[in-house]
Design a protein around this ligand. Sequence first.
Ligand code: AMP
Length: 283
Amino acid sequence: MQVFKEKELLKQSLSINKLAGNTIGLVPTMGALHEGHLYLVKEALKSCDQVVVSIFVNPTQFDNPEDLEKYPRNLEKDINLLQNISEEIIVFTPNANELYGDLIISEHFDFDGLDIVMEGKHRTGHFDGVGTVVKLLFEAVEPNKAFFGEKDYQQLQIIRKLTEIENIPVEIVGCPILREESGLARSSRNERLNDLQREKAAFIFETLKETKTLFGTKSANYINDWVEQQFRNYPFLELEYFEISDAKTLKKLTEKREGETYRAFIAAYAGDIRLIDNLALNN
Ligand code: AMP
Protein backbone atom coordinates (compact mmCIF):
# COMPACT_ATOMS: atom_id res chain seq x y z
CA MET A 1 0.00 0.00 0.00
CA GLN A 2 1.30 3.47 -0.85
CA VAL A 3 1.59 5.97 2.00
CA PHE A 4 2.45 9.59 1.13
CA LYS A 5 3.44 12.37 3.48
CA GLU A 6 4.17 14.86 0.70
CA LYS A 7 1.63 16.53 -1.56
CA GLU A 8 3.90 16.50 -4.62
CA LEU A 9 4.55 12.75 -4.44
CA LEU A 10 0.84 12.11 -3.95
CA LYS A 11 0.00 14.28 -6.95
CA GLN A 12 2.58 12.46 -9.09
CA SER A 13 1.09 9.10 -8.18
CA LEU A 14 -2.47 10.28 -8.81
CA SER A 15 -1.60 11.88 -12.14
CA ILE A 16 -1.33 8.43 -13.71
CA ASN A 17 -4.88 7.69 -12.54
CA LYS A 18 -6.10 11.02 -13.81
CA LEU A 19 -4.57 10.49 -17.25
CA ALA A 20 -6.31 7.12 -17.43
CA GLY A 21 -9.62 8.85 -16.66
CA ASN A 22 -10.04 6.99 -13.38
CA THR A 23 -12.53 8.14 -10.76
CA ILE A 24 -10.72 9.25 -7.61
CA GLY A 25 -12.48 9.05 -4.25
CA LEU A 26 -11.28 10.81 -1.10
CA VAL A 27 -12.16 9.79 2.46
CA PRO A 28 -10.88 12.47 4.85
CA THR A 29 -10.26 11.25 8.41
CA MET A 30 -8.38 12.20 11.53
CA GLY A 31 -7.24 8.61 12.05
CA ALA A 32 -7.83 6.27 14.99
CA LEU A 33 -9.89 4.42 12.42
CA HIS A 34 -12.93 2.37 13.39
CA GLU A 35 -15.77 0.60 11.58
CA GLY A 36 -17.48 3.93 10.84
CA HIS A 37 -14.47 5.16 8.86
CA LEU A 38 -14.00 1.77 7.22
CA TYR A 39 -17.59 1.85 6.03
CA LEU A 40 -16.87 5.12 4.20
CA VAL A 41 -13.75 3.55 2.67
CA LYS A 42 -15.73 0.51 1.48
CA GLU A 43 -18.41 2.76 -0.04
CA ALA A 44 -15.66 4.72 -1.82
CA LEU A 45 -14.09 1.52 -3.17
CA LYS A 46 -17.47 0.47 -4.62
CA SER A 47 -17.81 3.55 -6.82
CA CYS A 48 -14.24 4.82 -7.42
CA ASP A 49 -11.24 3.40 -9.29
CA GLN A 50 -8.72 4.86 -6.87
CA VAL A 51 -9.40 5.64 -3.20
CA VAL A 52 -7.31 8.03 -1.14
CA VAL A 53 -7.74 8.02 2.65
CA SER A 54 -6.29 11.07 4.35
CA ILE A 55 -5.21 10.77 7.97
CA PHE A 56 -4.55 14.15 9.51
CA VAL A 57 -5.48 15.49 12.94
CA ASN A 58 -6.36 19.04 11.94
CA PRO A 59 -5.18 21.54 14.56
CA THR A 60 -7.30 24.45 13.29
CA GLN A 61 -10.62 22.75 14.01
CA PHE A 62 -9.92 22.24 17.72
CA ASP A 63 -10.89 25.12 19.99
CA ASN A 64 -9.60 23.21 23.00
CA PRO A 65 -5.82 22.48 23.05
CA GLU A 66 -6.29 19.63 25.52
CA ASP A 67 -8.81 17.92 23.20
CA LEU A 68 -6.28 18.20 20.35
CA GLU A 69 -3.47 16.83 22.48
CA LYS A 70 -5.57 13.92 23.78
CA TYR A 71 -6.99 13.02 20.36
CA PRO A 72 -6.06 9.33 19.78
CA ARG A 73 -3.36 8.71 17.15
CA ASN A 74 -2.26 5.31 15.88
CA LEU A 75 -0.98 5.48 12.31
CA GLU A 76 0.48 1.98 12.18
CA LYS A 77 -2.78 0.37 13.28
CA ASP A 78 -4.74 2.58 10.85
CA ILE A 79 -2.54 1.51 7.94
CA ASN A 80 -3.02 -2.15 8.88
CA LEU A 81 -6.79 -1.78 8.99
CA LEU A 82 -6.80 -0.18 5.55
CA GLN A 83 -4.41 -2.76 4.16
CA ASN A 84 -6.81 -5.49 5.25
CA ILE A 85 -9.51 -3.91 3.11
CA SER A 86 -7.39 -3.28 0.01
CA GLU A 87 -3.72 -2.95 -0.88
CA GLU A 88 -4.78 -0.50 -3.58
CA ILE A 89 -5.80 2.26 -1.18
CA ILE A 90 -3.50 5.28 -1.06
CA VAL A 91 -2.94 6.87 2.36
CA PHE A 92 -2.11 10.57 2.54
CA THR A 93 -0.80 11.60 5.95
CA PRO A 94 0.95 14.96 5.76
CA ASN A 95 2.18 16.96 8.72
CA ALA A 96 0.60 20.35 9.38
CA ASN A 97 3.27 22.44 7.58
CA GLU A 98 3.19 20.18 4.56
CA LEU A 99 -0.56 20.65 4.21
CA TYR A 100 -0.89 24.29 5.33
CA GLY A 101 2.52 25.79 4.52
CA ASP A 102 4.20 28.01 7.13
CA LEU A 103 1.01 29.53 8.52
CA ILE A 104 -1.26 27.03 10.21
CA ILE A 105 -4.39 29.17 10.37
CA SER A 106 -8.01 28.99 9.22
CA GLU A 107 -9.53 30.76 6.29
CA HIS A 108 -12.87 32.40 7.07
CA PHE A 109 -15.91 31.21 5.11
CA ASP A 110 -19.49 32.41 4.78
CA PHE A 111 -21.46 29.21 5.29
CA ASP A 112 -24.80 31.01 5.20
CA GLY A 113 -25.59 30.43 8.87
CA LEU A 114 -24.91 26.67 8.83
CA ASP A 115 -21.87 27.26 11.03
CA ILE A 116 -23.36 29.37 13.81
CA VAL A 117 -25.62 26.71 15.33
CA MET A 118 -24.88 23.60 17.41
CA GLU A 119 -21.22 22.55 16.93
CA GLY A 120 -20.39 26.01 15.57
CA LYS A 121 -21.96 27.72 18.57
CA HIS A 122 -20.16 25.51 21.08
CA ARG A 123 -16.80 25.21 19.32
CA THR A 124 -15.59 28.65 18.22
CA GLY A 125 -13.91 28.63 14.80
CA HIS A 126 -14.46 24.88 14.39
CA PHE A 127 -16.08 25.01 10.95
CA ASP A 128 -13.62 27.53 9.50
CA GLY A 129 -10.96 24.99 10.51
CA VAL A 130 -12.90 22.13 8.92
CA GLY A 131 -13.55 24.14 5.74
CA THR A 132 -9.89 25.13 5.50
CA VAL A 133 -8.51 21.61 5.87
CA VAL A 134 -11.06 20.04 3.52
CA LYS A 135 -10.34 22.71 0.89
CA LEU A 136 -6.59 21.98 1.23
CA LEU A 137 -7.23 18.24 0.94
CA PHE A 138 -9.41 18.79 -2.14
CA GLU A 139 -6.59 20.87 -3.69
CA ALA A 140 -4.03 18.15 -2.96
CA VAL A 141 -6.11 15.19 -4.19
CA GLU A 142 -8.56 16.77 -6.68
CA PRO A 143 -11.04 13.94 -6.09
CA ASN A 144 -14.13 13.28 -8.20
CA LYS A 145 -16.02 12.14 -5.11
CA ALA A 146 -15.52 12.69 -1.38
CA PHE A 147 -17.15 10.62 1.36
CA PHE A 148 -18.35 12.01 4.70
CA GLY A 149 -20.36 10.46 7.53
CA GLU A 150 -23.76 11.60 8.76
CA LYS A 151 -22.24 11.13 12.22
CA ASP A 152 -21.01 14.70 11.70
CA TYR A 153 -24.18 15.79 9.94
CA GLN A 154 -23.58 19.52 10.35
CA GLN A 155 -20.09 19.08 8.91
CA LEU A 156 -21.54 17.19 5.93
CA GLN A 157 -23.91 20.08 5.16
CA ILE A 158 -21.07 22.57 5.57
CA ILE A 159 -18.84 20.66 3.14
CA ARG A 160 -21.68 20.67 0.60
CA LYS A 161 -21.89 24.46 1.05
CA LEU A 162 -18.08 24.78 0.80
CA THR A 163 -18.02 23.09 -2.60
CA GLU A 164 -20.83 25.41 -3.74
CA ILE A 165 -19.23 28.69 -2.58
CA GLU A 166 -15.71 27.72 -3.67
CA ASN A 167 -16.89 26.12 -6.94
CA ILE A 168 -15.07 22.87 -6.28
CA PRO A 169 -16.05 20.18 -8.81
CA VAL A 170 -16.45 17.24 -6.44
CA GLU A 171 -19.46 15.06 -5.61
CA ILE A 172 -20.09 14.89 -1.87
CA VAL A 173 -21.41 11.50 -0.74
CA GLY A 174 -23.06 11.27 2.71
CA CYS A 175 -22.93 7.87 4.49
CA PRO A 176 -25.11 6.61 7.38
CA ILE A 177 -23.92 6.44 11.00
CA LEU A 178 -22.31 3.19 12.11
CA ARG A 179 -23.08 2.25 15.70
CA GLU A 180 -21.71 -0.04 18.39
CA GLU A 181 -24.03 -2.89 19.43
CA SER A 182 -25.38 -0.74 22.25
CA GLY A 183 -26.41 1.94 19.74
CA LEU A 184 -23.58 4.32 20.68
CA ALA A 185 -22.35 6.04 17.50
CA ARG A 186 -18.85 4.83 16.66
CA SER A 187 -16.25 7.49 17.25
CA SER A 188 -12.49 7.68 17.72
CA ARG A 189 -13.25 9.35 21.04
CA ASN A 190 -15.03 6.19 22.30
CA GLU A 191 -11.54 4.73 22.83
CA ARG A 192 -11.11 7.17 25.69
CA LEU A 193 -14.29 6.04 27.48
CA ASN A 194 -13.93 3.58 30.35
CA ASP A 195 -16.18 0.50 30.34
CA LEU A 196 -18.88 2.09 32.49
CA GLN A 197 -18.89 5.33 30.48
CA ARG A 198 -19.09 3.37 27.23
CA GLU A 199 -22.07 1.38 28.47
CA LYS A 200 -23.86 4.44 29.85
CA ALA A 201 -23.20 6.54 26.73
CA ALA A 202 -25.73 4.39 24.83
CA PHE A 203 -28.29 6.65 26.56
CA ILE A 204 -27.64 9.27 23.87
CA PHE A 205 -29.02 7.10 21.08
CA GLU A 206 -31.83 5.78 23.33
CA THR A 207 -32.91 9.36 23.91
CA LEU A 208 -32.73 10.22 20.22
CA LYS A 209 -34.96 7.23 19.40
CA GLU A 210 -37.52 8.34 22.00
CA THR A 211 -37.36 11.80 20.49
CA LYS A 212 -38.30 10.34 17.13
CA THR A 213 -41.36 8.68 18.67
CA LEU A 214 -42.41 11.87 20.46
CA PHE A 215 -41.91 13.90 17.28
CA GLY A 216 -45.06 12.34 15.80
CA THR A 217 -47.33 14.02 18.36
CA LYS A 218 -45.45 16.57 20.47
CA SER A 219 -44.09 20.07 19.88
CA ALA A 220 -40.37 20.87 19.65
CA ASN A 221 -40.61 22.78 22.96
CA TYR A 222 -42.16 19.81 24.72
CA ILE A 223 -39.45 17.48 23.38
CA ASN A 224 -36.68 19.93 24.35
CA ASP A 225 -37.93 20.07 27.93
CA TRP A 226 -38.35 16.30 28.02
CA VAL A 227 -34.79 15.65 26.82
CA GLU A 228 -33.31 18.16 29.27
CA GLN A 229 -35.23 16.45 32.07
CA GLN A 230 -34.00 13.01 30.98
CA PHE A 231 -30.38 14.18 31.13
CA ARG A 232 -30.89 15.96 34.47
CA ASN A 233 -31.97 12.61 35.90
CA TYR A 234 -29.03 10.74 34.35
CA PRO A 235 -25.80 11.14 36.33
CA PHE A 236 -23.43 9.61 33.76
CA LEU A 237 -23.66 12.25 31.03
CA GLU A 238 -23.85 16.01 30.91
CA LEU A 239 -25.97 17.43 28.11
CA GLU A 240 -24.33 20.26 26.19
CA TYR A 241 -27.12 20.81 23.69
CA PHE A 242 -30.19 19.18 22.23
CA GLU A 243 -31.74 20.60 19.08
CA ILE A 244 -34.34 19.69 16.53
CA SER A 245 -33.42 21.35 13.25
CA ASP A 246 -34.39 21.54 9.64
CA ALA A 247 -32.22 18.87 7.96
CA LYS A 248 -31.17 21.21 5.14
CA THR A 249 -30.78 24.67 6.68
CA LEU A 250 -30.02 23.39 10.22
CA LYS A 251 -32.28 26.17 11.52
CA LYS A 252 -33.81 25.31 14.88
CA LEU A 253 -37.37 24.03 14.50
CA THR A 254 -40.00 26.47 15.65
CA GLU A 255 -42.99 25.21 13.69
CA LYS A 256 -43.20 21.91 11.76
CA ARG A 257 -43.83 22.39 8.04
CA GLU A 258 -45.31 19.84 5.62
CA GLY A 259 -42.73 18.31 3.29
CA GLU A 260 -39.71 19.41 5.36
CA THR A 261 -37.34 16.92 6.96
CA TYR A 262 -36.04 17.34 10.49
CA ARG A 263 -33.22 15.87 12.57
CA ALA A 264 -32.49 15.73 16.27
CA PHE A 265 -28.95 16.48 17.48
CA ILE A 266 -27.26 15.84 20.82
CA ALA A 267 -23.84 16.77 22.21
CA ALA A 268 -23.02 15.46 25.68
CA TYR A 269 -20.02 14.89 27.90
CA ALA A 270 -19.02 11.61 29.54
CA GLY A 271 -16.46 12.99 31.99
CA ASP A 272 -14.25 15.18 29.78
CA ILE A 273 -15.05 13.25 26.60
CA ARG A 274 -17.38 15.01 24.21
CA LEU A 275 -19.79 12.84 22.22
CA ILE A 276 -22.18 13.80 19.42
CA ASP A 277 -24.99 11.99 17.65
CA ASN A 278 -28.05 12.71 15.52
CA LEU A 279 -31.08 11.02 14.06
CA ALA A 280 -33.51 11.72 11.22
CA LEU A 281 -36.96 12.29 12.71
CA ASN A 282 -39.36 12.07 9.81
CA ASN A 283 -37.82 10.22 6.92
P1 AMP B 1 -13.13 11.86 11.90
O1 AMP B 1 -11.94 11.00 11.78
O2 AMP B 1 -13.83 11.76 13.21
O3 AMP B 1 -12.90 13.28 11.43
O4 AMP B 1 -14.17 11.25 10.86
C1 AMP B 1 -13.84 11.09 9.49
C2 AMP B 1 -15.10 10.80 8.73
O5 AMP B 1 -15.68 9.59 9.20
C3 AMP B 1 -16.15 11.90 8.87
O6 AMP B 1 -16.79 12.10 7.62
C4 AMP B 1 -17.08 11.31 9.87
O7 AMP B 1 -18.40 11.82 9.77
C5 AMP B 1 -17.03 9.85 9.51
N1 AMP B 1 -17.46 9.03 10.64
C6 AMP B 1 -16.95 9.04 11.89
N2 AMP B 1 -17.64 8.21 12.68
C7 AMP B 1 -18.59 7.64 11.92
C8 AMP B 1 -19.63 6.71 12.16
N3 AMP B 1 -19.82 6.17 13.37
N4 AMP B 1 -20.44 6.36 11.13
C9 AMP B 1 -20.26 6.92 9.90
N5 AMP B 1 -19.31 7.81 9.61
C10 AMP B 1 -18.48 8.17 10.60
